[in-house]
Write a protein that binds this ligand. Structure first.
Ligand code: ZN
Length: 485
């Protein structure tokens, strides 16, 4: 029996068998995740072991956590493979730039009726961390096995802009595609005066003008009422190329996909806030083309900066969110809230207005929680990383918009080791560490010591994630419960 063989091998080498929940048997093959002290491996025995690549020892094959072995694992245990989340009302994207946060993320959602998108990375994140979509999915697959989670998870190719990027993400197994239309949105028009709008609109192809005028002028619409010709002209000028691009990409996905795909349209990374009229026209155009996305991410009012609280008027946000929610309800999809990490002040409103029918994306926050572990376990490494991040913050600001002032960060040379963890609660230093992940992880001195520290303190890291992500979830769900009460 393969399971007996595997269990006996573990019994003989007790220190290896670290993850009791990871023990599974299928098709005459037994697998489990093990820890050899410095790294994790997949142990396999039985008929199916030949599908995995590794070193044999006493009838057990010890395998690296590679992309190839993840694919073999998907074939043996389908629950380790990402799937579509269609039909799940409450979904949460849990980006993991390190490839080690999945066990903590799964423990964080336990007890909540939330479907996780455990593999979620943008091209920008992949570039900064030197990873591929396949590696991101492999890391999530082994994380799922480690804690024995069989509830299913998604994989989001986040903020993709072209057919080529979409094709690559689909080929790698992504089950969700988030299309970012910002390259096709003419944001400069938001600042144009009425005369300029008239001139630019007059220059549009006749077919474009006819289509929009026939479908929108003088009509009464649900949720938003009438759209003035003036509003229409502006909306068409800003968005018509993005709408064409979205239809093109959606059709492309339909034509090449070999598995179910959740399609999200994101217009959040644009310069201007999305108005309800703009949102309605975009949604209505997709509807006219027979397209219903699974989710849409408007650019909501206020600032959703990385790693810090929401900045803006909470009442205005709630009104804005409610208007977008009505449009989403009308067309039959969910709103998606990006850069949701640490935006605690808006979650109760989001949960209440959407009745937790929402997709929330968090990313990068798992990196900050990892640094919290490092600050306690290896103070000298944290100090060196902190100084390095400060010195390189300007470089990272090319990729991420941040507003905190690094001059407000207390001098680390004057602080005790016990104080270090506080740096991850100070907005300016938290944001500095948040955006410099790519720069730090590219430094060998940091990278090796950082991963070694987290490997040793794996349980502490999970506890931090359970606390931090749990806070997001409990606030979102608290809004929902207020409706039901
Ligand atoms: Zn976004």
């Amino acid at each position: 029996m393969p399971s007996t063989m595997l269990k006996n091998a573990f019994r003989a080498q007790k220190q290896l068998f670290s993850y009791a929940d990871s023990f599974f048997e299928a098709s005459g093959t037994a697998v489990a995740m093990v820890n050899d002290g410095s790294k994790k491996l997949l142990a396999v025995s039985g008929n199916g072991a030949h599908a995995f690549h590794g070193k044999d020892c006493d009838g057990v094959r010890f395998c690296e956590l590679s992309v190839q072995n993840a694919k073999a694992l998907h074939a043996l245990l389908p629950f380790t493979k990402p799937v579509s989340h269609k039909g799940h009302p409450f979904t949460i994207g849990l980006g993991d730039r390190l490839g080690i946060a999945t066990p903590g993320h799964i423990k964080a959602i336990s007890g909540y009726d939330a479907f996780p998108v455990l593999a979620q990375q943008s091209i920008r994140e992949l570039t900064l961390t030197g990873r591929t979509f396949e590696e991101v999915i492999a890391a999530a697959s082994f994380g799922v096995l480690q804690v024995g989670y069989t509830g299913g998870y998604g994989a989001d190719g986040d903020h993709l802009k072209t057919r080529e990027e979409i094709k690559m993400a689909l080929d790698c197994g992504c089950t969700m595609i988030t299309l970012d239309c910002s390259n096709n949105i003419d944001a400069a028009i938001a600042n144009a005066c009425d005369e300029e709008i008239d001139t630019l609109y007059a220059a549009l192809p006749a077919s474009v003008k006819t289509h929009y005028e026939n479908n929108y002028v003088g009509k009464e619409f649900p949720v938003i009422g009438e759209i003035s010709f003036k509003q229409l002209k502006r909306t068409v000028l800003v968005f018509y190329k993005a709408i064409t691009h979205t239809v093109d990409c959606f059709r492309f996905i339909e034509s090449v996909k070999t598995h179910d795909v959740d399609f999200e349209l994101s217009v959040d990374e644009t310069l201007s806030i999305t108005t309800p009229v703009e949102h309605f026209v975009i949604a209505n155009e997709l509807h006219l083309h027979g397209i219903t996305p699974v989710s849409v991410a408007p650019h909501f009012s206020g600032e959703f900066e990385k790693g810090i609280e929401y900045v803006g008027d909470l009442n205005a946000f709630a009104r804005d969110y409610a208007a977008h929610q009505q449009i989403a309800d009308h067309f039959g999809y969910k709103l998606s809230l990006h850069s949701g990490s640490d935006k605690f002040s808006v979650f109760s409103a989001v949960g209440r207005i959407s009745n937790c029918h929402v997709h929330v994306k968090t990313a990068g926050t798992s990196w900050l929680e990892a640094l919290r572990v490092v600050a306690r376990a290896n103070p000298s490494l944290y100090r060196r990383a902190h100084r390095f991040a400060l010195a390189n913050r300007a470089k990272a600001e090319q990729y991420y918009h941040v507003s905190t002032d690094s001059n407000t960060i207390p001098n680390i040379d004057l602080e005790s080791d016990e104080y270090l963890v506080e740096y991850l609660s100070i907005p300016a230093s938290r944001q500095t560490m948040h955006i410099t992940y790519g720069i730090l992880l590219n430094e060998a001195w940091f990278r090796n010591a950082f991963f070694a520290c987290l490997h040793t303190h794996e349980n502490d890291y999970q506890a931090e994630l359970v606390r931090h992500i749990g806070k997001h979830l409990s606030l979102l769900v608290s809004g929902k419960m207020k409706i039901e009460a």
